[in-house]
Design a protein around this ligand. Structure first.
Ligand code: HEC
Length: 147
């Protein structure tokens, strides 16, 4: 009898540890990436960047980026701007291959339309050319990490 009771306690202890472990793990997972996949319509995905990626457009894009995007996305696009801490969703990391593998059209669409914590820039940046310049600048952030 005595040892049966002991076994029960051990079993409960093991079970409790497992349950706590699973709960902790799922919380960590949620915190790591709770972003939903962001699907861009095919037509927007295929849109070609009409602005040439040269020093001039990159510099203009950088100015716009610093004014409108840096506060959340950070100086180097790693998603670590001062405002990012106040948001529910992580901002993503522009230096990663996953991000840079997107088309210019996808980046343009996301910047223009926004979603939840990511504001829409339709009204703030009315000239599409300016958004394309930012796309060109954001491309250079991917390259900066490779070096
Ligand atoms: C208030 C904070 C904030 C500002 C300002 C902001 N963003 Fe974002 N951005 C976010 C957040 C949060 C996400 C992630 C949204 C999601 O996945 O639901 C995001 C996502 C993105 C994405 C998609 C990232 C990916 O992984 O595909 C792009 C592109 C982007 N932002 C571009 C910009 C540009 C360009 C600007 C400036 C014109 C800008 N953002 C300004 C918060 C911000």
């Amino acid at each position: 009898m005595k040892s049966k009771g002991k076994n029960k306690i051990i079993a409960i202890a093991i079970f409790g540890t497992l349950v706590t472990g699973f709960i902790t793990m799922s919380f960590i997972k949620i915190q790591q990436d709770d972003r939903k996949p962001w699907v861009v319509p095919d037509a927007s995905k295929k849109v070609k960047n009409p602005v040439k990626s040269d020093a001039e457009s990159m510099a203009a894009g950088k100015t716009t980026y610093n004014k409108h995007c840096k506060s959340c996305h950070g100086t180097k696009g790693m998603g670590d701007g001062p405002k990012s801490k106040e948001l529910k969703t992580p901002c993503g990391d522009f230096t990663t291959k996953e991000f840079q593998d997107q088309t210019d059209g996808e980046i343009f669409y996301k910047a223009k339309e926004g979603r939840e914590d990511m504001p829409s820039f339709k009204k703030k940046i009315t000239d599409d050319e300016e958004i394309w310049q930012v796309v060109n600048f954001v491309r250079s952030l991917g390259e900066s990490k490779k070096n």
